[in-house]
Write a protein that binds this ligand. Structure first.
Ligand code: NAD
Ligand code: UDX
Length: 463
């Protein structure tokens, strides 16, 4: 039996370890966190995150070979392998503020491992980190005077929220980076063996440490770049009556381009894309590559433009003012099937409309608590309403900001009847049947497609 510890019981720690534990019943897994409330939630029937399939896998493993705890020091001492999946947010202070990764939680963890270890261990970077972080980790850990040896591996996580369990069960690839030394290679092999319990060997890629660390930032940069690319095209579609979905389909059929991540939207959100690209930008600057930095920075700037453009189109279409108008925001989560609101475009649009003095009501099936927390600086300016019908009642407009499938099933005739006329739908996810909505009487403004409106000077031109 191997004792496996994961430090950080967030989205990543909390969804990866139960899957690994379910495939490796002979090993013992403990997940620790400094956040006591979070650990208590993991030990309860009300898990701290909503993720399809997670409840089942936690209930299969918890109390058998998977345990949650706040006693980090004790579990470090017992562990043979330690995964570290603490948060690595963007720095908000000092040098590199707004771009570089804030590694304070990371370094604290390294020192805690150092202090509490009484045996040699493998330490696995699961968090997304700047390239060459493992070097600092190795230096801290191997500075010990107890004669202990630590092998540091990089094993970045590629799961996406909302499909985390499916992604873990059937990953496109598992990436493991390690040192090319004897003990480095042995450590890599131990981790390969763990994943090989359910992942075919040919999908387990081993590389040097720096390729592995960098690949994670690059994967997110490439994915986000595709969204910014199609979103930039959505703007020109709106000017030319081309349809962005048709364009995406036409180009995506080319196998060299591929069809994924070409859905035009109000913008990408989530805790990773923005943070990781800005981190890449910072690293490029640090290594004296300003042209490369500007190239990737543009992906983030295009995303900000798209969010701002969406909100500006709303205001322009609604006769250049939304002041005092009730607007129902459908969706707070950054994508469907998650309660996560980090960097959600819904919150950015909400803030802009509030600056325009709109009367905002926000609805979401799972993410209202998180939205309320994220927007607490706005006090009681927003109404949170779990029922979309109640949210839309007496509203001038609905904005679809998260692609929840349940929004396609609503009775839009009933919604239309309950709204102020002219009634508007701004579909930031191109989710709904626009023609049908138009026939019901709505003025419909999709992303990257001609607006369907009976109003003259409908405002798109003015935006
Ligand atoms: P999170 O904020 O949900 O969870 C991190 C957890 O670490 C928190 O619960 C925090 O309390 C805990 N923590 C911080 N310092 C600690 C310490 N010293 N001891 C014990 N616990 C500590 O973050 P997340 O979304 O799980 O992301 C974690 C890392 O994984 C980040 O680097 C992120 O970039 C990366 N990542 C995230 C995703 C994703 O979809 N969320 C996907 C791939 C990679
Ligand atoms: C992302 C990466 O996909 C994942 O591999 C990595 O481990 C963590 O970051 P995540 O942020 O959870 O995962 O979700 P993802 O599905 O990538 O979506 C990110 C954002 O892009 C969401 O706001 C989503 O709505 C948006 N998106 C995605 C689009 O706007 N258009 C698309 O075509 C795809």
């Amino acid at each position: 039996m191997t004792n496996i510890l994961c430090i950080g019981a967030g989205y990543v720690g909390g969804s990866t370890m139960p899957v690994i534990a379910s495939h490796c019943p002979e090993h013992r897994f403990v997940i620790v966190d400094i956040n006591e409330a979070r650990i208590a939630a993991w030990q309860s029937d009300q898990l701290p995150i909503y993720e399809p399939g997670l409840d089942e896998i936690v209930s299969q493993t918890r109390g058998k070979n998977l345990f949650f705890s706040t006693e980090t020091d004790r579990h470090i001492a017992e562990a043979d392998i330690i995964f570290v999946s603490v948060n690595t947010p963007t720095k908000t202070f000092g040098h590199g503020a707004g771009r570089a990764a804030d590694l304070q939680f990371w370094e604290k963890t390294a020192r805690q491992i150092l202090e509490n270890s009484t045996s040699s261990k493998i330490v696995v970077e699961k968090s997304t980190l700047p390239v060459r972080t493992a070097e600092a980790m190795e230096r801290i850990l191997n500075s010990n005077t107890k004669g202990l040896h630590f092998d540091v591996l990089s094993n970045p996580e590629f799961l996406a929220e909302g499909t985390a369990i499916r992604d873990m069960q059937n990953p496109d690839r598992v990436l493991i980076g390690g040192r090319e030394t004897g003990s480095g290679r042995k450590a890599v092999e131990r981790l390969v063996e763990l994943y090989a319990h359910w992942v075919p060997r040919d999908r387990i890629i081993t590389t040097n440490l720096w390729s592995s660390e960098l690949s994670k930032l690059v994967a997110n940069a490439f994915l986000a770049q595709r969204i910014s690319s199609i979103n930039s095209i959505s703007a020109i579609c709106e000017k030319t009556e081309a349809d962005v979905s048709e364009v995406a389909n036409a180009i995506g059929r080319d196998e060299r381009i591929g069809r994924y991540f070409l859905r035009a939207s109000v913008g990408f959100g989530g805790s990773c894309f923005r943070k990781d690209i800005l981190n890449l930008v910072y690293l490029c600057e640090h290594y004296g590559l300003p042209e490369v930095a500007r190239y990737w920075e543009q992906v983030v700037l295009m995303n900000e433009y798209q969010e701002a453009r969406f909100a500006a189109n709303m205001v322009a279409s609604m006769f250049n003012t939304v002041a005092g108008k009730r607007i129902a925001l459908f969706g707070a989560a950054f994508k469907a099937h998650t309660s996560d609101t980090r960097e959600s475009p819904a919150l950015a649009v909400c803030r802009t409309l509030l600056e325009e003095k709109a009367d905002i009501v926000m609805t979401d099936p799972y993410a209202l608590d998180n939205a309320c927390q994220d927007l607490q600086d706005l006090g009681n300016q927003i109404t949170y309403e779990p029922d979309p019908y109640a949210a839309a009642r007496n509203a001038h407009a609905i904005a679809i900001l998260t692609e929840w499938p349940q929004y396609t099933q609503l009775d839009y005739e009933r919604i239309y009847q309950s709204m102020v006329k002219p009634a508007f739908v701004f579909d930031g996810r191109n989710l709904l049947d626009h023609k049908k909505l138009y026939e019901l009487g709505f003025n419909v403004y999709p992303i990257g497609k001609p607006a369907l409106t009976r109003l003259v000077n409908h405002g798109i031109e003015a935006a």
